[in-house]
Design a binder for this molecule. Sequence first.
Ligand code: CMC
Length: 379
Amino acid sequence: MTTDDITLHRGLAGVYFDRSATTFIDGKEGVLEYRGYNIDELAELSTFEETAYLLIHGELPTQTQLDNYDADLKGARELPEQIFDILALIKDSHPMDALRTAVSALAGFDPDRNDNSAEATIRKGLRLTSQVPSIVMAHHNIRAGKDPIKPSTTLNHAGNFLYMMDGKEPSAQAMNLMDKDFVLHADHGSNASAFTARVVAGTAADLHGAITAGIAALSGPSHGGAAENVMQMAREIGKAENAADYVQDLLSNRKRVMGFGHRVYKAEDPRAGHLREGVKDLSEEMGQPEWYRILEAVVDAMKPYTRRGIHVNVDFFAGVIYYLNGIPQDLFVPIFAVGRIPGWTIQVIEQFEHNILIRPLLQYTGKRNRKYVPIAERG
Ligand code: CMC
């Protein structure tokens, strides 16, 4: 084969590499569906627990199924003592590094280790769904010199996550917004972290390995890290009147405006609008409406770019919601991971179902046929 015969797909953009019955995305029209249900309905009508069940089992649960699933999730929130010791040893790490390390370590404590059957992977995924919030908040407290807060046995997934931050029961509005955020983040097709998880599963490695790698992929600013950067940007902008100049300055230096653009969506990310209202309401309720005004001023400044398919994405409004809920900036990406565990789990299960090693090719551009020169003769 000559180099002329090779078609490169850098970044694998536009390449279909397998089939999936979990999440449908139409990037041109801005449509997202989990198992055939539109995200607009799920965001407004469903809960994280119900959506997670839907993703994993393919159907919305009956009340009994949901009650059992919810009880199983609540029963799996505790962490082995050794995980707290590990978190204490790495207390100064970025929370994503701490999360990645703790999830990796949990593999050794899981009762289903060495079992990659669908049933065992579902059980492991359920445990990780409950353990990941506990890890994030345990690390958060340990690094502040405090004891981790025992998970609630009654609050829902979103409420328990917020509760474990400071031991205070969150407001209904804070809980609802967090729940909606988790629903919106639960899966998203073959994004970088899910693809990474599939590559790991493709070698027949286990769910903990796949999710550990997925967390690593998620941590970068081109993927999950954007919410953190959007909040940083909003702080730097300071007030709405500064937004246009700030954005212009970024763009004229060929820098990216965080929370804008998407590899798949060339219309507005259908997840973003559900959080827009949340920012508006919460910032007004908390007497800090400037945050919403800053974000809207950035959206206005970016209007000329919508013609090029650069719209707000899910991360744009999320950061300010987290901030207003008192969540530190470096926990924003871990929140994305908390919501994404069901998505990574089902994608690993799909990968196992008809597994194939994922092993693409690289076009070689280096030198060839060089003669080995002994070290003494090298100039
Ligand atoms: N600000 C300014 N220009 C942008 C942006 C942006 N946020 N995003 C893309 N562009 C421009 C880019 O400069 C390029 O212009 P040109 O053709 O003149 O060089 C053009 O749009 C195409 O960009 P690309 O890098 O080829 O597009 P991509 O599909 O590789 O990038 C992206 C997708 C998400 C990495 C990118 O849009 C980006 O870096 N956005 C900012 C980070 C961000 O918000 N990430 C969160 C993504 S949503 C969460 C998730 O689902 O993972």
